[in-house]
Design a protein around this ligand. Structure first.
Ligand SMILES: [Zn+2]
Length: 139
């Protein structure tokens, strides 16, 4: 335990430092961005484990988008060209995926009998077998 007693605890928790980090507004934004951005992997992993197949839920794209915006703000504050460039265009595929997600969800048909959402262009409900109305007939 020599390494533990040799840690400079005094320096880590004094003069505006907490866990050796000097905190200020932009540092909080940067850390929030890192946490939000990293949490998307946990969300995606849990969704995949739940369905037993690779799934990318819309929450993954929302967390990507929010995390990227926070990290981009921090990068601009830091005026770091490499860091800014890494996040400057990442939002484009995130927003595109959210749009596609939304359109795909909207295209699904709700079963009038059991209210389960069925895949687009289904003729019958996969859960109860009731006949589904097509979008053309419904509108
Ligand atoms: Zn049904």
């Amino acid at each position: 335990m020599d390494w533990f007693t040799n840690i400079n605890w005094q320096a880590g928790f004094s003069a505006g430092r907490f866990f050796w980090i000097e905190w200020h507004f932009w540092k909080v934004i940067g850390w929030m961005g890192t946490l939000v951005f990293s949490s998307r992997f946990i969300v995606q992993w849990l969704a995949t484990e739940k369905r037993k197949r690779v799934v990318v839920p819309s929450a993954f794209w929302w967390l990507s988008l929010i995390g990227t915006m926070l990290l981009l703000s921090y990068a601009i504050f830091r005026r770091d060209s490499v860091f800014i460039f890494s996040y400057a265009f990442a939002w484009i595929p995130y927003i595109r995926n959210l749009i596609i997600h939304r359109r795909h969800k909207k295209a699904h048909l709700e079963c009038p009998a059991c209210e389960v959402m069925c895949p687009p262009q289904s003729n019958f409900c996969f859960a109860c077998g009731a006949q589904l109305e097509s979008h053309d007939a419904a509108s």
